[in-house]
Design a binder for this molecule. Structure first.
Ligand code: NAP
Length: 293
């Protein structure tokens, strides 16, 4: 398909650039970037995501460490671990894979990570910098990866009407801010939709760019898309599928068959936003390392 935004290929392109920078860094006598991921419990999705991040780290020459803890870890113990990593000058970036068990306050943990090491971009300082258009912080990896994808394909955002469906702190909200900020993949007029939005179909039909981050498989259908719009599908819901070895497959928030008939460009699931999210994370970790050089 010639309207596909191929996240896998674009991600490999950026990974190569990152790997080149790392090898230059190392040949100049510096240690490579070091990313630590904390994984609590046995959630299947979390394990898969963290393993993919570790693999990507190895591929570009980063040091990737996974710290695994049982879901019986107390909040105090987890906070103490985060503080230990904050003080470790050999570690550049820290991510705590969400969700955490119910007895742990996710926000407290996220806000304990030093903003300079918060390569997920979830800390209030980094969110605040994003909102102010200050590029010195870290941008949440998924929205960052999407902007890298838009930039790679030279997709014009300036003056366009972008509709972001979803307002979560990790995807929809930062995405809407990025698209409206005055940067290369910004300057759009942005509408943010959520579960209370009325006439969602009519709003989406006005969009030149739609970003779907809802978490409902096949939610955005072709009938909601203007001819020629750019469609970015963030959704990754596991749905049962006996034909797959794992017994499930990933399903996006966009009904691909009907939407791709209308879209000028569209991301597939899998192979669209997912690989770009990891690239966004690698980008942030490299930035964190460079700050300390
Ligand atoms: P979330 O925190 O559950 O947020 C979902 C958003 O969708 C909320 O803002 C919600 O509105 C809105 N929504 C729910 N039902 C709606 C409806 N009927 N009409 C309009 N809006 C509706 O989810 P998330 O963390 O942003 O993730 C969204 C999806 O992206 C999930 O499938 C997730 O797995 C996936 N994801 C993928 C990646 C990747 O790398 N590909 C990364 C992160 C997330 P309210 O605020 O009103 O509740």
């Amino acid at each position: 398909m010639d309207n596909l935004l191929d996240g896998k290929t674009v991600s490999n392109h950026f990974k190569q650039r990152i790997a080149d920078e790392v090898s230059e860094m190392v040949s100049n006598g510096h240690r490579p970037p070091h990313l630590v991921a904390i994984l609590v419990g046995e959630d299947g999705g979390s394990k898969t995501y963290v393993a993919a991040k570790e693999k990507a780290c190895n591929l570009v020459g980063f040091t990737g460490t996974i710290l695994r803890y049982p879901d019986t870890i107390t909040q105090d113990e987890l906070i103490a671990k985060v503080e230990e990593i904050n003080n470790d000058t050999e570690i550049d970036g820290l991510i705590v894979q969400l969700p955490l068990p119910n007895h742990i306050d996710e926000n407290l943990v996220t806000q304990t990570i030093l903003p300079e090491k918060d390569v997920d971009g979830f800390h209030d300082i980094n969110m605040g910098k994003l909102a102010k258009g200050d590029n010195s912080g870290y941008i949440s990896a998924t929205p960052l990866g999407i902007t890298m994808l838009l930039e790679y394909y030279n997709i014009e955002t300036s003056g366009k009407h972008a509709v972001v469906v979803g307002r979560s702190n990790i995807v929809g909200r930062p995405m809407s801010i990025l698209l409206s900020n005055s940067n290369k993949t910004g300057n759009a007029t942005v509408t943010v939709c959520h579960s209370r939005t009325k006439n969602l179909k009519e709003v989406c039909l006005q969009a030149d760019i739609i970003v779907a981050a809802v978490g409902i498989p096949g939610f955005v259908k072709g009938g909601m898309i203007k001819e020629g719009a750019v469609v970015i599908d963030v959704g990754t819901t596991r749905v049962d599928d006996d034909t797959k070895k794992a017994g499930w497959r990933l399903c996006g928030d966009v009904d691909f068959d009907t939407a791709s008939a209308k879209a000028s460009f569209i991301t597939p699931v899998p192979g669209g936003v997912g690989p770009m999210t990891i690239t966004g994370l690698l980008n942030n970790t490299l930035k964190a390392r460079k700050r300390t050089l």
